[in-house]
Design a protein around this ligand. Structure first.
Ligand code: SF4
Length: 356
């Protein structure tokens, strides 16, 4: 698989590439210079399971905030730079663990070399990439529109610019809001990098994927297909919504693909005419409650006493709803019958004192 043999890259105290676990990223959506707000958001993201955070650095004030932010967080910080090479240099000098730049819009070869020299001195990686929306006009016109091959060509141009500036501590990302084009582009890029003998790690995400509902579906399909082909060293689920949702979804995608262990998997029935308790509400509360619990088990939340117990037996622990009450089933055995209002707290008590 491509990811088994990618170049090993250090981002702060995390390591990606070379078959290391796929790490989950997100991006803050509050002004970077507002240290208090940005730290609050990053700490919430860390708690949810975010492993690398990216912050935009549009000006001097934002770049100056980096040391103060870094003091208060526990995951590597990536500075996102557009156009101004000075912001890239200041961000590195202020402790950014990685920078993301577009070598094509940083102001020419000399300025690019100033950035790569600073990154080299600090020994931090540079992420380069292409977004289908900002693909060079000559490529788009030549191909009669945005294509997977065009995205890859543009990305490799950027990679070669950094290599030409004498640096190869790099992560590549290519993005397209067209899910299937994005999948094809990743396959092509992996093939091409393999052929060139420069297997840089890839950061994978589906861009502009939309609100929580459509973004989750597009990202699950896109990331699912790409990751299952053995491509992708870090991921981001981009959602128009609370970034914490991105982490919850990213973890679920990795778990579903068998690429990450740990955490509680909640299964629940779709409800039907037999359901006599508020199962939708209960399942939602259970899903929220188990986030971050340090167990690797399956919890079933089933709606009725007819099929529920049988299905709950498949899980490590489960609830089977009855009429205003429910059964708690552990390892296939009914251990308790409790009123509906107490089902959640009884389940929590079992999980808090889990002994397998
Ligand atoms: S477990 Fe019971 S309530 Fe849920 S869908 Fe199956 S039959 Fe219906």
């Amino acid at each position: 698989m491509y990811r088994d043999n990618t170049k090993v890259i250090h981002i702060g105290d995390r390591v990606i590439g070379g078959g290391n676990p796929i790490l989950i990223q997100s991006m803050t959506n509050v002004p970077t210079q507002d240290v208090e707000a940005v730290v609050k958001q990053i700490l919430a993201l860390e708690k949810a399971g975010c492993e690398i955070i990216r912050c935009t650095v549009p000006d001097e004030e934002a770049a100056k905030a980096i040391p103060e932010i870094k003091k208060q967080i526990h995951i590597p910080l990536v500075a996102d730079i557009h156009f101004d090479y000075k912001m890239a240099i200041t961000s590195i000098e202020n402790g950014a663990d990685k920078i993301r730049i577009n070598p094509g819009n940083i102001g020419g070869e000399e300025k690019l070399r100033a950035v790569t020299d600073t990154a080299k001195a600090a020994n931090i990686p540079i992420r380069v990439g292409v977004n289908s929306g900002s693909l060079e006009r000559n490529i788009v016109e030549r191909d009669g529109g945005v294509t997977a091959a065009g995205i890859v060509e543009s990305a490799l141009d950027k990679v070669h610019m950094i290599e030409k500036a004498g640096y190869d501590n790099m992560v590549i990302s290519i993005k397209s809001s067209d899910v299937m084009m994005c999948v094809r582009a990743h396959e092509l890029l992996a093939e091409e990098l393999d052929r060139l003998g420069t297997r840089y790690p890839l950061h994978v995400g589906i861009t502009e994927s939309g609100t929580v509902r459509s973004g989750n579906i597009k990202s699950s399909i896109g990331l699912g297909l790409i990751l299952d082909k053995g491509i992708g060293d870090t991921i981001r689920v981009s959602l128009t919504g609370d970034p914490v949702e991105e982490i919850v979804s990213a973890k679920l995608i990795l778990r579903t693909l068998g690429l990450r262990k740990g955490g509680i998997e909640v299964v629940s029935c779709p409800t039907c005419g037999r359901t006599k308790i508020d199962l939708i509400g209960l399942a939602t509360k259970v899903e929220d409650m188990v986030q971050g619990m340090p167990l690797d088990i399956k919890v079933a939340v089933m709606g009725c006493a007819v099929n529920g117990p049988g299905e709950a037996k498949e899980a490590d622990i489960g609830i089977a709803g009855g009429n205003g009450e429910g059964l708690i089933i552990k390892k296939g055995e009914i251990i308790k019958k409790v009123p509906e209002q107490r089902l959640l707290e009884e389940l929590k008590a079992e999980l808090d004192n889990w002994n397998g």
